[in-house]
Design a protein around this ligand. Structure first.
Ligand SMILES: NC(=O)c1ccc[n+]([C@@H]2O[C@H](COP(=O)([O-])OP(=O)(O)OC[C@H]3O[C@@H](n4cnc5c(N)ncnc54)[C@H](O)[C@@H]3O)[C@@H](O)[C@H]2O)c1
Length: 276
């Protein structure tokens, strides 16, 4: 039996991570767009990996369970790469909350029930979650611990409290960070670790949609003026994922690593600080 990697979200970020950690393992890649999963599987299989694509919608628990069952046909679940998501320019508020917030929470929960001893997971949230004021201990705790099926009923997520798709995305990504902490405790009981990475702008089809969307100028300004002066690449992100998922990261769990070329620092204390 093989060590199995479950990879949700057949995008550029997931691909970069899977190439770094997936050699010698059985990889199952799930995506709502099966053609994306098939494309990634073909690229990886032509590069010496062993990848099976499967249609997976992380906003459906049944679909997540199906992804897990597919993986279990080959062995125990050793790794989770959680890199599925939609961005503020790609989807409506309801979809963003259903996929990025609820779907991620269910994925971390369900994989946490089966992850093997010594297993590791990484979830991709976003610097966007750092852009809102603090929500306070009470709301943080609700986002972290509310049973998954009740999450979308939280008052703070109701339509009258969500301004626009960017706000929905920020709430989802803030929730991801809290959820990674909560689930890391449970994963720890199985001898497994779970962390997150909160990237800034990483050039992928999702980011390109943002550059061409209503907030395009905002994003271009962000990477020009951030300390790095450029957007990041998925391979740079995979450097951090490799650390978190490998033996060098053995003492790291429940953390979300902000990795944004300094954009958040600049938003609070530098050239990107919003003018009053
Ligand atoms: N690219 C960036 O600048 C950036 C920055 C911060 C955070 N992120 C986050 O990184 C993650 C990966 O994004 P990416 O940049 O690699 O984008 P991408 O568009 O290359 O990949 C995302 C993949 O997720 C899939 N997907 C969307 N909804 C899904 C669903 N319901 N179930 C299963 N799959 C679904 C898409 O079909 C796509 O293949 C996202 O959560 C995104 O929010 C990206």
């Amino acid at each position: 039996m093989a060590d199995v990697v479950l990879w949700a979200g057949a995008g550029q970020i997931g691909l970069a991570i899977a190439r770094r950690v997936g050699y010698g393992k059985k990889i199952i890649v799930g995506d709502k767009k099966i053609e994306n999963a098939k494309t990634m599987a073909e690229i990886m299989n032509n590069a010496g990996y062993d990848v099976t694509p499967i249609e997976t919608d992380i906003s459906s628990r049944d679909s997540i369970l199906n992804l897990i069952r597919e993986g279990q046909k080959y062995g125990e679940i050793a790794m989770l790469i959680s890199a599925a998501g939609v961005s503020p320019s790609q989807a409506a508020i309801e979809t963003i909350l259903k996929v990025d917030l609820y779907g991620t929470a269910v994925l971390l929960e369900e994989v946490g029930k089966v992850i093997q001893k010594g297993g590791v997971g990484v979830h991709i949230s976003s610097q966007s979650g750092w852009r809102m004021p603090q929500l306070g201990n009470e709301i943080d705790e609700l986002l972290a611990t509310t049973p998954t099926e009740e999450l979308l009923s939280l008052e703070v997520l109701q339509p009258e409290n969500i301004k626009d798709t960017l706000h929905a995305y920020q709430m989802a990504k803030r929730c991801n960070e809290k959820r990674v902490m909560y689930e890391a405790c449970k994963w720890g009981e199985r001898g497994a670790r779970l962390n997150g990475i909160a990237p800034g702008i990483i050039v992928t089809p999702l980011a390109v949609d943002e550059f061409n969307g209503p907030r395009g100028d905002f994003y271009k300004n962000m990477f020009k003026k951030c300390p790095a002066g450029r957007p990041g690449t998925a391979d740079e992100l995979a450097n951090v994922a490799e650390l978190l998922m490998g033996p060098a990261g053995a003492f790291i769990s429940g953390s979300t690593f902000l990795m944004d070329g300094g954009a958040t620092a600049s938003y609070y204390y530098g050239a990107l600080k919003p003018q009053e």
